[in-house]
Design a binder for this molecule. Sequence first.
Ligand code: ADP
Ligand code: MG
Length: 478
Amino acid sequence: MAYEPVIGLEIHVQLKTRTKMFCGDAVEFGAEPNTHVCPVCLGLPGALPVINGEAVELAIRAALGLRCTVHETSVFARKNYFYPDLPKGYQITQFDRPIATAGWIEVEEGDGAPPRRVRIRRIHLEEDAGKSLHDRLAGRTAIDLNRAGVPLVEIVTEPDLASPAQARAFLGRLKQTLEYLEVSDGDMEKGSLRVDANVSIRPVGSDRLGTKTEVKNMNSFANVERALTFEIRRQTELVEAGGTVVQETLLWDQARGEARPMRSKEESHDYRYFPDPDLPPLVVDGRQIDAIRATLPELPDARRRRFIEQYGLPAYDAEVLTAERAVADYYERVAAAVGDPKAASNWVMTDVLGWVNLRQATLAALPVTPERLADLIRLVADGTLSTTLARQVFARMAETGQEAAAIVEAEGLAQIRDTAQLEAWAAEVVAAHPAEAERYRQGEAKLLGFFMGQLMKRSRGKADPRQATALLKARLEG
Ligand code: ADP
Ligand code: MG
């Protein structure tokens, strides 16, 4: 019998707030351990939590951006369990009344198939736990509580993903959307985005769900894909050998490339959830939700489609240019200033992104403004610069922050279109290579390239290629 995988994801996303979810401690990654703690996040007796309005707003932004319904009333609950990095003995989260439900994201399948909608089941607000550090003290575990109480949203999908590659593509789109919304930095290395992957298998064509396992501890989307591939194979081999999958939580071991059992799966009743008596229900009114909706940016999928329609760009260009919001903004300013969207696209994709990638920098660090890049592109369009020279000028602009015209002027880079000068060079190179000139006349047309090369060398790359070619041909043939 053939089996197919079914995958659902739970993603924890740290919200970009200045302070924690229920107290005024600063959120600061990499701070000296245990310096951002107070009676509230330490769970000292008598301390009372206060809801962080900024976190609520960011959660609503995320929910609206993922096309969820935001609920005017949601409830914080205590999820009780013991763990050394959880000083209160419970986590404040939302259980049966989350802040938002029922959204979706579009994910492309590649090979030109229409995009599929992956449904978001729910989004809830909660606080993070502290961090156990296993590598600070030899042979011992240290606890850093700076992260205890940092605001998170947990995003839970329906089991709508049908392959590890789809799960990875979904995560890419999700991260991109959250970045556009500016709700999180989405940095997996800092733990701002953490993925738990639920997976089961079932006979192909069945509409029933099999028993799932949950894999944790993947630190990149590539590893989510790898871990799922591993786990699907393990389940399939197990079932094919007559065994049954047991519900459990597995830990991905990146070094060994395998997922190992961590604990048997706990059920929600194990946590003894109940509404937190220290917190009132969270109430947001419809007007507040509408006000947040009004500030949402154009989302990546809409922007991608608009780039294709409005600028006539190939799908590939639209994808690359909208991958990051700042790049898309930059591109649109260049395109508007230069009036040639495809030329603008080529420059941004090749030279601008080339510069950013090479330096591992952000676009904000590039001294070349969109308007200055547009000036440079115009110098190519009007024939002042060849594309080759223009790319050198771009490199100088990025280095010095100067305008294109100033660099062209100072370095004498403008293309030479003086006919007398070009004719003189043509005459020189033909005279210097009589044998090649004769072969050309006998029909070896490709030798024109050789003569162009010679002429370009004499002009130090500055001869206008169109004019030079015409003059060379005339001399060789005439
Ligand atoms: P639990 O109560 O065990 O946490 P949930 O029903 O809350 O399970 O679902 C958690 C996540 O697991 C969701 O993303 C959901 O889509 C996914 N999921 C649920 N059942 C399955 C299944 N049988 N196979 C794969 N994924 C599943
Ligand atoms: Mg769960």
